[in-house]
Design a protein. Structure first.
Length: 289
């Protein structure tokens, strides 16, 4: 005779074991305490064994219940795995992501970790470059999607977040007092550079470039050693550096948007899935808040 397990009863059994009583299990499953009790009774009748012993201290698993507990978890886990595998579209293949230098660590690293765990069959390539260079790379088909930093309102991409552009200096440093002002930008094509230079021009502040070679580490080093100041989005500023206050005498800077750019042609599932992870990751971050 064929015997079939009722997965709903198995789920109820596990809910009771995890919560220790039928009332709490019923609340979690949106069932009444009576309905939970009836389902456990049906399961015990089907197996021919009591699964819980009942006394003044509440419910405790019997030896039969303990044997069922481990197997029940494996059964439901396999059931969920089968459904996920058979109903979720296949996401695989290469995907090339472009990210500005300053976003590669604080923003993208945890997103890529979560994406790689969820879709290990996708091969991720990461290109770090300035936002203008990433825009050109996307147009040439060299990458599949990109995060691009632009002054607020100046982008045609999907705006995921907005943050203030701030002046950054060494902890207790004096570089911001020097004339001409030593400024270290990551690259000559840095998206922040025009806004920074325009602000300095409007203040009639003399400045000079200290370092522009495309290395975020080199810029960090020049600022840390008080050789220069720089301008970064506030949430990317390392804890060992200072966001310079208005009292430092430097001109205010405009807010910048972080925009997601996808190709105009149809994107493949891996690219769309990574874009979704980036959106969700940014929405959970402190920046989006």
């Amino acid at each position: 005779m064929t015997r079939n397990l009722d997965l709903a009863l198995i789920r109820t059994f596990l809910a009771v074991t995890e919560r220790g009583n039928m009332t709490a299990a019923g609340n979690a499953l949106h069932l009444t305490q009576s309905a939970v009790s009836q389902q456990i009774a049906r399961l015990e009748q089907a197996f021919g064994h009591e699964l819980f012993s009942r006394d003044r201290r509440g419910l405790r698993l019997t030896s039969a219940g303990e044997r069922l507990q481990g197997k029940a978890r494996r059964l439901l886990g396999l059931n969920d795995e089968i459904w996920a595998d058979m109903t979720t579209r296949r996401v695989e293949g290469p995907v090339r992501l472009g990210v500005p230098f300053d976003l590669a660590g604080p923003l993208i690293a945890p997103v890529l970790k979560g994406f790689a765990d969820a879709f290990p069959q996708v091969e991720i390539s990461l290109l770090c470059a300035s936002s203008p260079d990433l825009t050109h790379a996307l147009a040439r088909g060299e990458i599949d999607l990109a995060l691009v930093e632009t002054p607020l309102g100046a982008s045609e991409g999907e705006c995921l977040a907005v943050d203030r552009l701030v002046w950054v200096g060494a902890r207790g440093g004096v570089a911001h007092l020097k004339t001409p002002l030593p400024v270290s930008m990551v690259a000559e094509t840095c998206a922040f550079r025009p806004a920074v230079l325009a602000a300095l021009h409007n203040q009639d502040r003399e400045w000079r470039t200290v370092f522009e070679n495309g290395s975020i580490d080199a810029t960090t080093a020049t600022v840390t050693t008080d050789l220069a100041v720089t301008a970064w989005l506030a949430f990317t500023v390392p804890s060992h550096l200072d966001i310079l206050p208005a009292e430092a005498g430097l001109p205010p800077l405009p807010p910048f948007a972080i925009n997601l750019h996808l190709p105009t042609r149809d994107a493949d599932p891996a690219t769309l899935e990574l874009a979704r992870h980036i959106r969700e990751g940014l929405s959970r971050s402190q920046l989006a808040a």
